[in-house]
Design a protein around this ligand. Structure first.
Ligand code: DGU
Ligand code: CA
Ligand code: CA
Ligand code: CA
Length: 195
């Protein structure tokens, strides 16, 4: 069920192994003792997805802590962050990461944080309340390739995507925004494409 009465309490990170899929079947997860959901950088992730691990059908309740850590080649399907903590999801290993379906609400700053070179795809997703939906780690120069497809972004204080890298490329189609300050903060508009 989806009700808070059914929520599953965790006190440590759920590690999903290579080649495995964690299917929450709609469960709501509440983290206790793993962080307060603020902008403090020392919170624990709710999930650690090893390289090649997948996650689906989970609602992450407040406090969102440090969200989901991805080590590459991960698919995240129908995951809802009810109240994003420090951030919602971080790419920590090279490879592809695909977010398909789901939503993220109430992010004080970043939703998706890209700390390694990756192909990062977000599709069929809603974010409502954020600073940036996608942020490549500040000052980094590696190349990310970002795809945004069939997404709705609302109430963004800064932008949809921001990078300092001159090699990162972003491709988007069927993206709708409302009350988002600006779409892109990239070194050059030539890095932004439709497809
Ligand atoms: O600013 O390393 O925000 O992974 C310096 C920090 C910062 C990271 C990042 C993250 O970039 O903490 O949450
Ligand atoms: Ca951070
Ligand atoms: Ca929040
Ligand atoms: Ca973080």
């Amino acid at each position: 069920g989806w009700s808070r009465a059914d929520a599953k309490t965790i006190t440590s990170t759920i590690v999903v192994k290579a080649g495995e899929t964690y299917d929450g079947k709609g469960e709501t997860i509440v983290a206790v003792g793993m962080g307060d959901g603020s902008q403090n950088e020392n919170q624990k992730p709710i999930f650690k997805l090893e390289k090649g691990a997948n996650l689906k059908n989970v609602r992450i309740a407040a406090p969102g802590c440090d969200g989901v850590h991805c080590y590459g080649n991960n698919t995240i399907t129908n995951v809802v962050w009810e109240d994003v903590g420090e951030d919602a999801l971080t790419v920590k290993g090279e490879g592809s990461v695909t977010i398909n379906g789901g939503a993220a609400y109430k992010a004080s700053d970043k939703v998706f944080q890209l700390n390694k070179a990756c192909t990062f795809t977000v599709k069929n997703f809603t974010a409502d309340g954020f600073g940036k939906v996608i942020r490549q780690n500040g000052g980094s120069t590696f190349k990310c390739t970002i795809y945004i497809e069939n997404c709705t972004f609302k109430n963004g204080k800064e932008c949809v995507a921001r990078t300092d890298s001159k090699t990162t490329q972003l491709y988007y189609r069927n993206m709708s925004t409302s009350n988002v300050k600006t779409n892109w903060m990239f070194p050059s508009s030539s890095q932004i494409h439709t497809y």
